[in-house]
Design a protein around this ligand. Structure first.
Ligand code: ADP
Ligand code: ADP
Length: 225
């Protein structure tokens, strides 16, 4: 069964149809990358999967559940944002724990998950700091950790590396790819960077004006004919 299934998905902003009718299946444990020019609808599509944007037509399935009317908090997904969206007044630990506290996860379980994620992301020594006292790469890892502690079935990334310098970008890219293999989860990763797409993707979706131009492996999309 597909991890995500979009059937004739439609999205409008006012009179503008930014996604006219989109069909796509994303496989279980697949690393799927959405690429395309600015404004082509990558972010909108990701926000639709997250439940942050309603759809105007079609159907969206996560696993075998139709989620058109399911709120974000009840979808088995976690999103990592470009600007990290961390709470500046909270410690790294509390930033990672917050979502679980809202769900009334038992304290010991929260502690276990936060420490496990911090260890995997190598940020254990920063748990008491506030985000403002961290580097961009460390903040990015906290944002990743906050998503990881939820043990989601699907991770959504909205250009998560674009605020990092070139060296860090390569490093974090490699880490996210390794994590995806270790966690055995489905990943949807939005970028406008072709190198990111080629090195991370199992398959790439090329979007233009809300329409899929191509779906295939990096070789199929970018390779020589
Ligand atoms: P991308 O992520 O590929 O850059 P977006 O998904 O952000 O593209 O945007 C797709 C199109 O939808 C663009 O034309 C953008 O201007 C428009 N759009 C995105 N969000 C809104 C919104 N909240 N209201 C109106 N138009 C929007
Ligand atoms: P991105 O490409 O990363 O989505 P944008 O600058 O296009 O960045 O969009 C930033 C935010 O503004 C997004 O939440 C998007 O939904 C919203 N947005 C984008 N285009 C429009 C628009 N034309 N009208 C209103 N909101 C928009």
């Amino acid at each position: 069964m597909a991890a995500i299934h979009m059937k004739r998905l439609v999205k409008r902003y006012g009179d503008t149809e930014v996604i006219p009718s989109l069909d796509l299946e994303i496989r279980d444990q697949e690393f799927m990358v959405f690429v395309g020019p600015s404004g082509c609808g990558k972010s909108t599509l990701l926000r639709i999967v997250a439940g942050l944007e309603p759809v105007d037509g079609g159907e969206l399935y996560i696993g075998d559940e139709r989620v058109n009317d399911v709120p974000p908090s009840r979808r088995d997904i976690a999103m990592v944002f470009q600007d990290y969206a961390l709470y500046p007044h909270m410690s790294v630990y509390d930033n990672m724990a917050f979502g679980l506290e809202m769900r009334r996860t038992p304290r010991a379980e929260i502690d276990r998950r936060v420490k496990r994620a911090a260890e995997l992301l190598r940020i254990e020594q920063y748990l008491k700091r506030r985000p403002g006292a961290l580097s961009g790469g460390q903040r990015q890892r906290v944002a990743m950790g906050r998503a990881m502690v939820r043990n989601p079935k699907v991770f959504l990334f909205d250009e998560p590396l674009s605020n990092l310098d070139a060296k860090l970008r390569t490093e974090v890219r490699t880490e996210i790819k390794a994590l995806s293999q270790e966690l055995k989860t489905t990943m949807i990763f939005v970028t406008h960077d072709q190198v990111e797409a080629m090195t991370m993707a199992d398959r790439i979706v090329v979007l233009d004006k809300g329409v899929i131009q191509q779906v295939g492996t990096p070789d199929q999309v970018y390779g020589e004919p």
